[in-house]
Design a protein around this ligand. Sequence first.
Ligand SMILES: CC(=O)SCCNC(=O)CCNC(=O)[C@H](O)C(C)(C)COP(=O)(O)OP(=O)(O)OC[C@H]1O[C@@H](n2cnc3c(N)ncnc32)[C@H](O)[C@@H]1OP(=O)(O)O
Ligand SMILES: O=CC(=O)O
Ligand SMILES: [Mg+2]
Length: 566
Amino acid sequence: MMSLGTNGYASPAARKMGYDVAEGVDIRGRYDEEFARILTKDALRFVAELQREFRNHVKYAMECRKEAKMRYNAGALPGFDPATRCVREGDWTCAAVPPAVADRRVEITGPVERKMIINALNSGAKVFMADFEDALSPSWENLMRGQVNLKDAVDGTISFRDQARNRVYKLNNQIAKLFVRPRGWHLPEAHMFIDGEPAIGCLVDFGLYFYHNYAAFCRNQGAGFGPFFYLPKMEHSREARIWNNVFEKAEKMAGIENGSIRATVLIETLPAVFQMDEILYELRDHSVGLNCGRWDYIFSYVKTFQAHPDRLLPDRVQVGMTQQFMRSYSDLLIRTCHRRGVHAMGGMAAQIPIRDDPAANEVALELVKKDKLREVRAGHDGTWAAHPGLIPAIMEVFNSNMGNAPNQIQTMKREDAANLTEEDLLQRPRGVRTMEGLRLNTRVGIQYVAAWLTGTGSVPLYNLMEDAATAEISRVQNWQWLKYGVVLDGDGLGVKVSLDLFGRVVEEEMARIEREIGREKFNKGMYKEASKIFTRQCTTPMLDDFLTLDAYNNIVIHHPKGSSRL
Ligand SMILES: CC(=O)SCCNC(=O)CCNC(=O)[C@H](O)C(C)(C)COP(=O)(O)OP(=O)(O)OC[C@H]1O[C@@H](n2cnc3c(N)ncnc32)[C@H](O)[C@@H]1OP(=O)(O)O
Ligand SMILES: O=CC(=O)O
Ligand SMILES: [Mg+2]
């Protein structure tokens, strides 16, 4: 039967492009034979069913986020919910950890790009988290190629030829276990409409990946379990309940046992730190733990307190894991996970190898090792690496502190963390604010947005890994400093942040970026567009919820050209 597009009419676009779509589905992204392997009628029917069953729940959850924001903006603080005290105090555990992922001491992360997938799976890490989220610019090409790449990876047939280096990449015999991170609940997928509405981005990512891979995954990777997921940016356990229901529906459709699918939830919003038990409880049959998504967590601290001028952050570089609010969050996460019998995963150190400067490289490596040592001693069961070059050092830290045990779930209960209070978790970060902090935020923010607009979601900048989460910190910190006319006194200059000053900083930093990367690259890139977007976001009276949501229309390309965007 011919596809039906918006409003129930046959979609001429779909007919012309050739996707054989399910009823009610309209594909507005470019046709590609490879993508058609993924966008099959049955797979699309599954995505459409997910959307139909859960769209109202997702809308409601997003409305609740808005209400919570209004409460915080009116002066309320996030905290533990008295209504769910019995969940926090109850004596329950999550389903047993699947043997295939008992040992997760080092996990590498990266976008769903073909060569990186092969490198990550071969990297020696225990797990590879393939990312449709912070590390990926969600263009149609990236998303669909990502799905093709993951299918080939799960099938074991993935290969890549680097023409320039005449090198062929293939999987080793021993590879990391694959986790996939779909986008957050808030992002639409504007290249796919279902019943006349843009699809929910994460249900597209999850639905297509699950549909094509569950059988091969359970057989080849999960020893009967799987597929495995990471779930980002949730703010409340009601959002985890939706995921749990999605998993149950998927398991039923596939005819696999309840509890086959497993997921690790990132605790990376400030409200979610008060919901960790509740989130695990909702997902108790499908959980493999929680992870400290430290960068989004810092971003969320600023966002949650956007109307609280008494809680301004110091320079971004000073907000590390040893700040009391960050240490408390990691400690409570470990205690919560181990009490419930699942992994407490650490987060990402931003340092990456510095190839052209051995001394600086040594310093970066020492910082990573120090961060990982803190994590393993605190009781984390594993951690993230941004780059394969860091894996041996991180592995060594975890090996020498964890020994042969696959994890610390039974041995590091961290009962001491049971006494952590709301005040500990909300403690104001200490440090100073400087002109260089403002400049660095601006330089990094603009370059990140420029990369994202051209299809790259994670980049090396000034020897650090930058992705959507770290860029968010730069954006909201500038916004906050501008909004409250902060005085930058950490460098003794005592300058007040104003629109005038910020305008000058943008100009000067754009000139610096041009000098650093060269005029040709600067002119070919999207730096001017990025500067416009970033500047608007830093100066808007009402803080945008997400940088990527605001910038999304810039990467939406409908076919045939001229059809409307979101
Ligand atoms: C806040 C969060 O959400 S953190 C999680 C999300 N962020 C991420 O996943 C970031 C992951 N890391 C990266 O994307 C990259 O490491 C970057 C962008 C930071 C740096 O990338 P590059 O500058 O290309 O690194 P570099 O040139 O040193 O790469 C050397 C080799 O390592 C590979 N490599 C680098 N990082 C990774 C990775 N994360 N996974 C797999 N392979 C990788 C490169 O593909 C390259 O391979 P090759 O030698 O076969 O060509
Ligand atoms: O997703 C991870 C984070 O730190 O943000
Ligand atoms: Mg994140």
